[in-house]
Ligand binder design. Sequence first.
Ligand code: FES
Length: 548
Amino acid sequence: MQLYFNLHPCAAAAGLTLFECAELLDIKVPSSCRKQGKCRECLVEISEGMERLSPRTPEENHLREKFRLACRCKINADAGIVRCHTLRRSEMRIERHAFELPASHKKISPDPAVTRDGERVLLDGIEIARSTAPIHGLAMDLGTTTVVVRLLNLETGEVVADASFENPQRFGGSDVMARIQFDTHDSSKLLQRTLVGYLTHVLEEFPVDPLTIYELVVAGNSTMRDIFFRLNVHSIGQSPYRSITELEMDERKRTTTSLAETAKKLGLPIHPKARVYGLPIISGHVGADAAACMLAVDLANEERNVAVMDIGTNTELMLGNKHKIFAASCPAGPAFEGGAIECGMPGLSGAIEKIKLADDGSAAAAVIGDGLAEGICGSGLVDLLSELLRTCRINSLGRFENGDARFELDVKGESQVFLTEGDINELAQAKGANVAGLQVIFREFGISFDELDVFYLAGGFGRHLDIESSKRIGLIPNLPVEKIVQVGNAAIEGACIALLSRTKRNELEALVQTVTHCRLEAHENFFNFFVEGCQFNPVEISRVLKHS
Ligand code: FES
């Protein structure tokens, strides 16, 4: 979806930034740095009136001619029109599908909570409507950055339609902490209402009457899920980082962290008596998306040692089998999503996603959309780091061997994309958090990497990673490739399974209560693991020793 704003500059607008002009017009521009020129989320494309804008600031030097940062760029005229819009969100690459999972909504016998008895539509056996039309349900993977929705026929188990879009709550910041802060200070629940508005548009484009949708199952991290249910998320942002549902369980006010509300109460335009079911969260930031992944990899019935890693601004880790499961959440930050990197960008059209370097330093690169390179996204950053290491241009500490401060990427002589030592430092820290998480969870569980049978890489980022590059820089353990499975969006698959099967839903409710949550920050060796993990070395299988 695109957001446009037109400015009719006058004496009052001259000297204001585009961001300030947008605020005057009550238009939200994405930001998580409070207009400091650091987050680059306020990127806008100028389609008219570039000559009426101030000269580029140092923070904007890497941007191609049409792009500016709304918080840096000022109106430099007192007449005329400036027209611009935020990034082309509709072109964002979002992983809608799952691959090579042991469990799937296609493999189960439908046993949904919504059933039919003639014309009577029943929810848990209680009549909520009368209709002869097919009965439908929705599954949603509600991520901080992206949202994926599937519409299913509850009688046949078939997927009728699906959709994905960038989470419109980005104006409240790009990470969960920024969203918590925004939501806590906003009694109008603007984040939730904005998302419901986007969902309404999605449902309008689906080929069924929204009033035939009788249940919605929500998988999402703890913060996204609780914001959607209009709960107070303040406690998730404060140590020990717990959802209000966990706190209420401690006080014996509830017996599960799962949630149920009517669609009417949440303002959703489906059947007003439809149930909105939030999958249970595991603990802290290990949320309902991780729980959905457990269903998709069938952990409740798994004998082998299985790990699941979903790399993101908050990486989630699970390790275990049907007998014992450990989980952890690693605060990796936005670097591997392109945030905090000078030429970084999300997986949008124009992002470099794959790179190989030749001996002369020239690069062969794949650009999303096949156009000119505007920046570099997460999988491209992993490739670039790996290639800089392989060709000995950087050392394991991330320093350039030739003493330069940055590496200019030469793609057909056209690219203006570069990587600085500061960028490499950001990526090293994000990697360090992930590696420390792996080290802690394996030690706590009591196995070494070589005792692992399957390593599932979940999520859109994990799906597009080059495995050899990831192993070379030490982002994932140095395991045999046959043990690594890139499963894509396992969370939406798990949400579909929970929508179609009460048996599986109950299985998950019981399973999450058995999971041991490893609090990384409390582990005595976390800092040492983090420092070691910041180095660009393969994470070898012999480096985790059995817990004594
Ligand atoms: S708001 Fe402009 S860079 Fe962050």
